[in-house]
Design a binder for this molecule. Structure first.
Ligand code: GDD
Ligand code: MN
Length: 369
């Protein structure tokens, strides 16, 4: 049958719900049931994006998907990362609107119809579920430390975006699909802050509406947000603050470098307290300790995607020390040179450190990792 005579497609899809999951087996059925209740009257589908969770989340989704065509599983292998999962799920959608919601029931799915209504009536391009619009929004779901951290992250995000968004790090939002497609190439696939990234990457500021909800306590499974996620977020925000001049990797490298300075000074101080009296020797020892800690932190964090293991870890370490020694020599040489033209330590020290850091970064990226 020529395709012009094909039966006409049924009425289209309104909304894709993207659910990133990692070890959420116990929440899958509950979430689908809750969506079913909340989304009456909307033509929806749900796309679980699972990173091959060891607990068998994907199998749980597929067993439901086998008999319910609204349910799909994007089962990724060899990859990890919340942001990347969200982007891939959204890119798999053909619906005009895409919602993102956590798979652990901490977000309030009963907010979805109101989000959808706002988008369809074209009152906004993006609707965010915000935990901060009401005083007790965070009370139950997060520890005191996490509450403070969340508020700080939101504040930082607002400053960087220059947008009045109370919760730019929310994992709960609904958006016109094309807004993600347009910027998909630019989005970082690492970390938790995909919403922040989507907003920051838009060429024209989207019209944003925020709706308040209370963040629920997690009943099943555990949180995957750890300190690495926090450092990555700092990198993302700094990158955006400098208009992408600095990539997440550059910023991480810089942060690790700064930690190295602290290590260096601490070691010097310890040696001094311990009665060591050769300054030159102490400097060399302190520099070695700092290089060592920088190498291992960079390997675990900055270059995590091409991390060295086994023998390569040792040869990489030696290479890194070599690169950084040249960087240190360049640092001193430039500082000396600048000091002959500009009086005082500050300009000379800054110029030296900048040249040394750029050298270390560029050469490490090319040769060590
Ligand atoms: N596919 C995939 N891959 N999913 C992941 C990954 C991953 O590497 N890491 C986490 N997830 C899923 C979880 O299974 C869950 O459904 C959702 O992403 C959120 O992860 P949680 O670990 O529950 O995050 P949280 O509750 O601690 O953090 C909350 O607050 C953040 C803002 O501070 C969430 O609402 C986040 O979305 C939000 O950004
Ligand atoms: Mn959660």
């Amino acid at each position: 049958m020529p395709h012009t005579q094909m039966p006409k497609a049924k009425a289209g899809l309104d909304l894709s719900i993207v659910v990133p999951t990692f070890n959420e087996r116990g929440n899958v059925e509950r979430l689908i049931a809750a969506l079913e209740v909340a989304l009456q009257g909307i033509a929806w589908q749900v796309i679980f994006v699972d990173d091959d969770s060891p607990d068998g989340t994907a199998a749980a989704v597929k067993s439901i998907a086998a008999t319910d065509s609204r349910v799909q599983c994007l089962h990724r292998v060899g990859r990890r990362g919340l942001a990347g999962a969200v982007i891939e799920g959204a890119m798999a959608s053909a619906a005009p609107f895409v919602a993102v919601i956590d798979g652990d029931m901490q977000h309030d799915e009963t907010l979805l119809p109101a989000m959808f209504a706002a988008l369809r009536a074209d009152r906004a391009d993006l609707v965010i579920g915000s935990r901060f619009l009401q005083a007790d929004g965070l009370d139950k779901g997060l520890s005191a430390i996490r509450q403070m951290g969340s508020r700080a992250a939101a504040w930082l995000g607002r400053k960087a975006l220059r947008a009045e968004v109370s919760d730019p790090v929310s994992g709960f939002f609904m958006i016109r699909r094309t807004l993600i497609e347009q910027v998909a190439q630019k989005l970082s696939t690492d970390g938790f802050k995909v919403l922040f990234d989507i907003i920051a990457s838009q060429a024209t500021p989207p019209r944003i509406l925020e709706l308040s909800y209370a963040f629920r306590e997690r009943e099943v499974g555990e949180s995957k947000l750890d300190s690495r996620v926090v450092v990555e977020y700092a990198g993302l925000v700094l990158g955006k603050l400098t208009n992408d001049l600095l990539s997440v990797r550059t910023v991480l490298f810089g942060l690790v470098g700064a930690s190295g300075i602290l290590v260096h000074l601490s070691v010097l101080n310890l040696l001094k307290l311990g009665g060591h009296n050769s300054f030159e020797q102490a400097q060399i020892l302190a520099a070695l300790v700092a290089m060592t800690s920088n190498y291992f932190i960079n390997n675990a964090l900055t270059y995590r995607d091409r991390r060295h293991k086994g023998w390569r870890l040792m040869s990489g370490y030696l290479q890194f020390c070599l690169v950084c020694s040249v960087g240190l020599a360049a640092n001193f040489a430039v500082a000396d040179l600048v000091r002959t033209y500009v009086p005082g330590w500050i300009a000379a020290g800054t110029a030296g450190a900048a040249v040394g850091a750029i050298w270390n970064y560029v050469i490490s990226t090319i040769t060590v990792w």
